[in-house]
Design a protein around this ligand. Structure first.
Ligand code: ADP
Ligand code: MG
Length: 245
């Protein structure tokens, strides 16, 4: 395993309130790291900084050895140059485009050749079992189907890093369970490196190679799911994971 992403002492404030208070972790190539914690603990802020949607106030972010963010040097690499993909809670498909057009769009923007685009779109949609829906518009699909398309769109461009922000939270319990299992297989098979944000401990336990449990803008504990579950470092971690310490 080689280190792919490194966060060093990331800080972020909003209106003078610290939201990230010294975040340190590294992520290996091919690994899925889950950022887990209660609402408001800073998960989305951290993910958005990794994505390049937000700039950190202090610290350093590196990917594959290259600096992405170094506020002390005034350096911020824009999102479009990072070659990361993102999946959001609300699916965020373009409503006026068909399923196939949604998935093709990212490929087209990245300059893929026309003949390759069709092939890659079909492959990506087959992987999420959406091959029969190429010409549908998002409004003609269920929430679970829309999220499958959004995942296909994110993976089709072969991102260096896949970022997911509560991708299952808008779905009902049954669908969430199904898609959680599918997503686990997809992350494994594709070998993509990913950061997965959730407040749901069962998603974290199922999908994470490691879990970073966050509280108040800090990482309380980070480690493989079984370890964090069996050896919680604080009452907060134990209570959040439903384990006993
Ligand atoms: P989480 O994703 O863990 O629920 P967020 O990262 O969205 O948490 O938010 C962390 C804290 O930062 C919250 O208190 C939230 O209200 C605040 N916050 C997030 N984004 C902004 C913003 N753009 N402006 C001001 N405060 C924000
Ligand atoms: Mg959030």
């Amino acid at each position: 395993m080689s280190v792919f992403l490194e966060c060093h002492q990331l800080h972020k404030q909003f209106d003078g309130n610290p939201v990230l208070d010294g975040i340190d972790f590294s992520l290996d190539r091919g690994e899925c790291l889950v950022l887990l914690g209660p609402s408001g603990c800073g998960k989305s802020t951290l993910l958005n900084i990794i994505a390049g949607l937000l700039a950190a106030d202090q610290g350093e972010l590196r990917c594959d050895g290259e600096v992405l963010d170094a506020p002390a040097q005034g350096f911020h690499r824009p999102m479009r140059d990072r070659r990361f993909s993102m999946v959001f809670q609300d699916f965020s498909l373009w409503p006026h485009m068909t399923v196939a057009e949604n998935v093709a769009f990212g490929l087209r923007v990245r300059g893929a050749h026309r003949s390759r685009i069709r092939e890659q779109v079909e492959q990506a949609l087959a992987r999420v079992r959406m091959s029969d829906f190429l010409d549908r518009k998002p409004e003609q699909l269920s929430g679970g189907q829309q999220q499958r398309v959004a995942i296909a769109r994110a993976l089709a461009v072969q991102p260096r890093l896949l970022l997911l922000d509560e991708p299952l939270s808008a779905l009902d319990a049954r669908l969430r369970e199904d898609l959680k299992t599918e997503l686990g297989a997809l992350l494994q098979d594709s070998g993509v490196t990913s950061v997965y944000v959730t407040h749901d401990q069962s998603e974290a336990m199922t999908l994470g190679d490691r879990i970073a449990l966050m509280k108040g803008g800090r990482i309380e504990q980070i480690g493989p799911p079984e370890q964090v579950y069996r050896e919680p470092s604080s009452c907060f971690v134990a209570e959040f994971l439903g384990s006993s310490n």
